[in-house]
Design a protein. Structure first.
Length: 134
């Protein structure tokens, strides 16, 4: 279910171009802004996007994705920013690319609250819409 989030997040967050790369052990989502914004706005958008992805992941897998890793492009704002509380797992700053890495094993956990047939139908419809947008 988390793989679907990575595949289709760009259709719901049009200010981001999201590249989804699934490897054997890790699934990487690289985010690139599609427009120029001030550094403070870019930081806020990255933080909100990371928190939204964590919330979605927690809902799907039934626990906090504390094995996720995040690379932010902005400098470390210090402990008062609360990253450890809001974004458990490894968080690095001043990186060249904003990306979120999830163990592929997490991405393969099915959404227990979803009906499998409905999920497959929604997946195929999203793929069709995505193909039309390209």
């Amino acid at each position: 279910a988390l793989e679907a989030v990575g595949q289709f997040v760009g259709t719901q967050m049009p200010l981001w171009h999201v590249k989804h790369d699934r490897r054997e052990d890790v699934t990487v989502m690289r985010f690139r802004l599609t427009t120029d914004v001030p550094a403070e706005v870019a930081r806020l958008m990255a933080e909100v996007s990371a928190m939204a992805l964590y919330s979605i992941a927690e809902f799907i897998i039934g626990r906090v994705p504390d094995t996720a890793e995040i690379d932010f492009t902005h400098p470390d704002p210090g402990p008062r920013a609360g990253y450890g509380y809001h974004l458990p797992g490894r968080v690095r700053h001043s990186r060249p690319v904003f990306e979120i890495r999830l163990p592929t094993q997490l991405c393969e956990i099915p959404n227990a609250s979803a009906n499998r047939d409905t999920y497959l139908l929604a997946w195929s419809q999203c793929e069709a819409l995505l193909a039309e947008l390209r």
